[in-house]
Ligand binder design. Structure first.
Ligand SMILES: Nc1ncnc2c1ncn2[C@@H]1O[C@H](COP(=O)(O)OP(=O)(O)O)[C@@H](O)[C@H]1O
Ligand SMILES: [Mg+2]
Length: 441
């Protein structure tokens, strides 16, 4: 966009709709609300946190027709989609067809996340470093492929499976069970009818976010999340129990290799294949002794990485999103608070297994007063004049500090002031990974 174009755009107030109801959406809505250009913010369906920034509307994130109708009726200027499912279902195509501005990839481009087989094909075509893999639509073929690999191996449902579609199999029996359940018994429905089988990579993980607009991109700050429920990366997998930004396993060399070997070949390759990606791309990386390997592509902001990144982002998010939609990413510079941020997720008792909702939450007002602390809501709702739990992950508490240690202390100090029955959280968020988990051990 030209200089005058930018000035012109800057004067315009925008009515915004954020789609989703988690901590990620509260963090996005909060950051968008900081812009002098934010006129009004709606969230569909939102939570007790987004409600404080604007207005929640009772439309489910996957009710695409309902969303587009609302956007048209309310003359929403900009819609920002949080979760993956509406993108995979084509919410962007629908909005664009109705002449409404929306941030995110269209259905075809969202296949990078919604089909792990498609992602592998693109990576093969573009020579992007990733785990060696085979893609299968017949279970017999998948099984014989497993027998030729060294265990452990990784079995992935092709489609979206609520973060549960990846199995690490230690031996042939475990692999055969996973293949049968996914491909023959329909454990993940259509999402598991086809699978990817790949080599197990050792190292530490890193989340990288980039705004992508056709052949250009701009990276956001790095982050590292903590997926396991318990300290020391033990216990079952969760949606994410905390995060730290910047990632402690990211170096200047990693950055150079990432641009050279992953991002540039990817955006160019997508263009060559006729896939016009516009939106947020978040490759999940494994930092191995041989360098970064792509585990998967996500086509939307991470949760809880977003809760860690937004408080560090100094630039105006509306401007960044508009530049992405308008193909003007070269014109923007993204500025960051140099201080690291640490996010601790507070979960309901029993999560990631079954849990009860409706528990009153105490201490939120006290936390809101703390310097450098942001409390993002996830599974919360207002019940008369109090706020109660309404989901597995309830809150994400982010603190900024002059160094990671200070940010951690501040985050945990805030966490200690919040109470609800059954609340649990990890005590080791942002503690560097133990030596055994680091690449090349
Ligand atoms: N090839 C691999 N080697 C080792 N671990 C893996 C591999 N692929 C996935 N994982 C682990 O499984 C998790 C989930 O896999 P991912 O590909 O990110 O799928 P999703 O997020 O859709 O469940 C990763 O965060 C990582 O911990
Ligand atoms: Mg993942």
């Amino acid at each position: 966009m030209s200089q005058s174009g930018q000035l012109y755009a800057s004067a315009i107030l925008v009515k915004i709709l954020v789609v989703g109801s988690g901590g990620r959406e509260h963090a996005l809505a909060w950051k968008l609300s900081q812009s002098p250009r934010a006129e009004r913010i709606f969230c569909a369906p939102g939570n007790a946190g987004t409600e404080q920034l604007g207005e929640n509307v009772p439309i489910a994130a996957n009710d695409l027709a309902g969303l587009v109708r609302f956007a048209r009726d309310q003359r929403i200027d900009l819609t920002v989609v949080g979760p993956d499912d509406p993108l995979a279902a084509g919410v962007v195509d629908l909005f664009e067809g109705a002449g409404r501005r929306i941030f995110g990839p269209n259905k075809s481009a969202a296949r990078l996340e919604s089909s792990k087989i498609f992602a592998k094909e693109i990576m093969r075509k573009c020579h992007i470093p990733t785990a060696l893999a085979g893609s299968f639509s017949e279970s017999d073929d998948a099984r014989s492929f497993c027998e030729r690999l060294q265990f452990p191996i990784v079995i992935k449902a092709d489609g979206l499976a609520l973060g549960k579609g990846v199995i690490i199999a230690q031996d042939c029996d475990e692999a055969a069970t996973a293949i049968r359940e996914m491909m023959n018994e329909g454990k993940f429905g259509e999402a598991g009818r086809r699978i990817v089988v790949e080599e197990f990579l050792r190292g530490s993980e890193c989340s990288v976010h980039a705004l992508v607009s056709g052949g250009t991109y701009q990276m956001l700050a790095t982050a590292r999340d903590h997926k396991r429920a318990l300290d020391g990366d033990k216990g079952p997998n969760t949606g994410g129990m905390g995060a730290v930004s910047p990632a402690d396993n990211w170096t200047a060399d990693a950055q150079e290799a990432f641009d050279r070997d992953i991002m540039r070949p990817l955006v160019q390759g997508l263009m060559r294949c006729g896939v016009a990606f516009s939106g947020l791309l978040f490759p999940g990386l494994m930092m191995t002794a041989e360098g970064a390997r792509v585990l998967e592509f996500n086509c939307r902001f991470g949760d809880p990485e977003t809760q860690t990144l937004m408080p560090r982002l100094k630039s105006d998010l509306i401007e960044l999103i508009e530049a992405t939609i308008d193909g003007a990413l070269e014109d923007v510079t993204i500025e960051w608070d140099q201080r690291p941020a640490v996010t601790v997720v507070l979960a309901s008792g029993g999560y990631p297994g079954p849990y009860e909702g409706g528990k009153p939450i105490a201490g939120l007002d006290e936390c809101a007063q703390l310097d450098g602390v942001h409390v993002f809501h996830a599974g919360t709702r207002r019940e008369n004049d109090r706020i109660v739990t309404a989901g597995g992950r309830v809150l994400a508490v982010t603190a900024l500090g002059d160094n990671v240690q200070l940010a951690r202390e501040r985050a945990y100090d805030a966490v200690s002031r919040i109470h609800f029955e059954g609340c649990h959280y990890r005590r080791d968020i942002a503690v560097p990974p133990v030596a055994g988990n680091i690449a090349g051990h």
